[in-house]
Design a binder for this molecule. Sequence first.
Ligand SMILES: *Cc1c(COP(=O)(O)O)cnc(C)c1O
Length: 237
Amino acid sequence: MSNTEIDLAQRLARVNARIEAAARQAGRDPAEITLLAVSKTKPLEMVDAFATLGQRHFGENYVQEGVAKQQQRPDLIWHMIGPIQSNKTRLIAEHFDWVHAIDRFKIARRLSEQRPVEKGPLPVLIEVNTSNEPTKAGVMPDEALALAEQILALPSLELRGLMTIPARSQGLENQRRPFRLLRETLERINRALGVELNELSMGMSGDLEAAILEGATIVRVGTDLFGPRDYGARAQA
Ligand SMILES: *Cc1c(COP(=O)(O)O)cnc(C)c1O
């Protein structure tokens, strides 16, 4: 292995060890937590290196970039985690295996209509704004139930749970609060609609422990696996 590959192997081992430790602290089985490696802006060579080390799930924010990587590595599982414009839904429906950030019925309906039948229903999550900041994406917690009910009626989507990107905060207790709110929102939806949605996509490099303590089933980690991102002139969408 090259020095870079050894470095990536160490980073992956370190993140997996953090997931295991947090799961143990929460009295949970680490196997019920999926590590989503967020490869946005990073080259396919790094994806290949992580795949060689056994990593299967990768997350992308930008549609074209994600589609290009998916076409090179159709054997891996590709999650669209970025905001979605309606003119991009067809590419997403055709190329991605999961979609995390649905916050409008219009987007959900287009994805359902455009999902190729042979691919089967597309697993999706509703993005919830858990920080009570109007600038943040996602539906407010009390709007999630109505959107969930609408999405459950769509034939080619499979609603699996909720996701959130909270405002940055310091300290475990502060970090746990929005994640707890997401879990409670999912529990409320399950009770009200008589369903058993069980995916909570929450936690990133800086707060995955807090998320796991509150029940995260998917943690989305970029920086601590791939290193810092250099956006250059590109806006951080
Ligand atoms: C970029 C991104 C991540 C990864 O964040 P890191 O702090 O680099 O781990 C996770 N989730 C979403 C939605 C992102 O856009």
